[in-house]
Unconditional design. Structure first.
Length: 196
């Protein structure tokens, strides 16, 4: 059974150099949710940008680690420890090149699957039992180096699907908050997927 979510985390790399890159899809999703809710981010302890959402009895933190992707766990574990948030009370949003661009998957636990940000979080939290939303950036081209691919920018042809992902990120957030249960939210969303 899911716990009520207290923290949404979006993964990415800080700085203009990495803006609009595939690896920053987690940042982009959180930015879109914050914009829709009229929220602004502020620095927290030089390891993350945070914001806070409160409405209709729901209280949810937002966190974008600024430690760079490979050290995402440093920010997540520090924040979770400070605010006494259990891993099952957080949702991690990030990119996944195994999933086609424009699609997503919600999982309650699992391995890092080659994602260094998730690997860092698992190592620092000492568990892989936390909900996550994986936004597709695939397919991964065989001729391209993986690191170069995830750090590449989205093309003009990708814009419609990126817009759909941004809209859906708000829908997912609202569903999870309304359901107070990630499993239930995932089931409800599965019946009304709207991505391109």
């Amino acid at each position: 059974m899911s716990k009520q979510i207290k923290l949404f985390v979006g993964l990415g790399n800080p700085g203009h150099k990495y803006k609009n890159t595939r690896h920053n899809l987690g940042f982009m999703a959180l930015d879109c949710i914050a914009l829709a809710k009229g929220l602004e981010f502020k620095d927290w302890d030089n390891i993350g940008d945070i914001s806070f959402y409160e409405a209709c009895g729901s209280k949810v933190w937002f966190l974008k680690p600024t430690t760079f992707m490979n050290l995402s766990g440093d920010a997540v574990s520090s924040f979770a420890k400070y605010y006494k948030i259990d891993p099952k009370e957080m949702v991690i949003c990030y990119d996944d090149f195994y999933i086609p661009l424009g699609q997503y998957k919600i999982r309650m636990s699992g391995s890092a699957g080659g994602h260094n940000g998730i690997k860092s979080i698992i190592e620092r939290l000492h568990t892989d039992k936390f909900p996550r939303i994986k936004f597709g950036i695939g397919p991964f081209p065989e001729f391209m180096d993986m690191a170069n691919f995830v750090l590449s920018k989205f093309s003009k042809q990708d814009e419609d699907k990126i817009d759909s992902i941004k809209k859906l990120s708000v829908e997912i957030f609202d569903e999870i908050v309304a359901s107070a249960d990630v499993d239930k939210a995932a089931s409800n969303l599965a019946n009304k997927k709207t991505l391109v």
